[in-house]
Design a protein around this ligand. Sequence first.
Ligand code: ADP
Ligand code: MG
Length: 213
Amino acid sequence: MQITAEHVIKFIETVAARIKDQRDYLTQLDSAIGDADHGVNLDRGFSTVVGKLTSVADKDVGSILKTVGSTLVSTVGGASGPLYGTAFLRAGMATADRFELGPDDVVVALEAALEGIQSRGKSTRGEKTMIDAIGPGVDALKAALGTGDDFVTALRTSLAACEAGMKATIPMLATKGRASYLGERSIGHQDPGATSAHLMARALLDVVEGLQP
Ligand code: ADP
Ligand code: MG
């Protein structure tokens, strides 16, 4: 199965629509351990992104993803803007000049995105951040493809790992980002960034599932 530039645009539009839909929920999660702006931040960023998609519709996947990344960096004020922005920029660098991606190319792009977030955020797993959902999701996707699973099956396994990672943030003590200011009081709440990352993983599965004959 090949992912085209058109499919990537569909994925971004789906992410934008679902963030708009889940904006209040994401913001509510951030009100418990942050400053109640995560959903608002991402909705602002992705709404601006959607307005730019027509101008890159005929471009390669790398150019599309880089446009998404630079727009998020410049329009989202919170920590999540530079972090997700870096993720999309790195994924764009990994897919430069490509008009089609196979499943393994998607893994390479996601690994680059994860590495980008970790280096930008100086974060690692277990700190109650988006990394705790993205890391297990990327690992599971790679492992499932490695055992010969088709792309949709591998993405389903990946989404399950991402969801488990998101839920695993609930008992964690936050040691990065705004939630870390709360110390022990950060325990018992699901991380907003891990939740938005899970939303993106579901959007990816749904778009790829929709491509099946
Ligand atoms: P802010 O915290 O500046 O208000 P947001 O509310 O938009 O920004 O995003 C908060 C989310 O960003 C957190 O839930 C967490 O997942 C993620 N985050 C914050 N700092 C880091 C970091 N250093 N590394 C990875 N993710 C981080
Ligand atoms: Mg916030």
